[in-house]
Design a protein around this ligand. Structure first.
Ligand code: SF4
Ligand SMILES: [Zn+2]
Length: 154
């Protein structure tokens, strides 16, 4: 069981007046998922929520305005949480910037120690998330772009 994070007290979905929408967050119907995402759009903690969901590998339901397909694509995992490349390149999960606005870097792990991890970051909104496979996909995208540019110059 994961403890409720601090920002949850400001969550739009936790307000009693929105209790009727609670089931939409884990519904299969796209119309219900969209209704949940609309609530996220008005939520003051959407960025914290999306960050928390990605950090904690939440791949079911709607979190931070992202449905389960978007969460899995951002993390480059399948429905079982196993890393895999998706057909489309990742977008920024927060501002939806396209792949050419994304970059990668290697940072120290938050838990400390000597090990590092690869993250993807968005140059538009500064959102950062960890996914080695997504980082590899972003790097592959950049390599394709650079090759195209070189060929165009020839
Ligand atoms: S962003 Fe959406 S799921 Fe997250 S706390 Fe806000 S309303 Fe709830
Ligand atoms: Zn962004």
């Amino acid at each position: 069981m994961i403890d409720s994070p601090d920002w949850h007290e400001d969550a739009e979905c936790a307000k009693p007046e929105n209790a009727e929408y609670a089931n939409n967050f884990f519904a299969n119907k796209p119309s219900q998922q969209n209704s949940a995402k609309k609530l996220c759009d008005m939520c003051p903690v959407r960025k914290d929520c999306a960050q928390w969901a990605l950090n904690n590998k939440q791949i079911w339901g709607v979190w931070g305005g992202l449905d389960y397909k978007e969460l899995r694509r951002t993390l480059s995992v399948n429905w079982q949480g196993q890393e895999m490349r998706h057909k489309r390149f990742p977008l920024c999960p927060y501002c939806k910037a396209k792949t050419d606005s994304l970059d990668t870097k290697t940072v120290d792990r938050p838990e400390g120690g000597r090990s590092t991890m690869k993250v993807v970051y968005c140059n538009e909104c500064r959102f950062i998330w960890q996914s080695r496979t997504s980082a590899n996909a972003v790097e592959a995208f950049k390599a394709i772009q650079e090759k195209k540019q070189r060929n165009d110059k020839k």
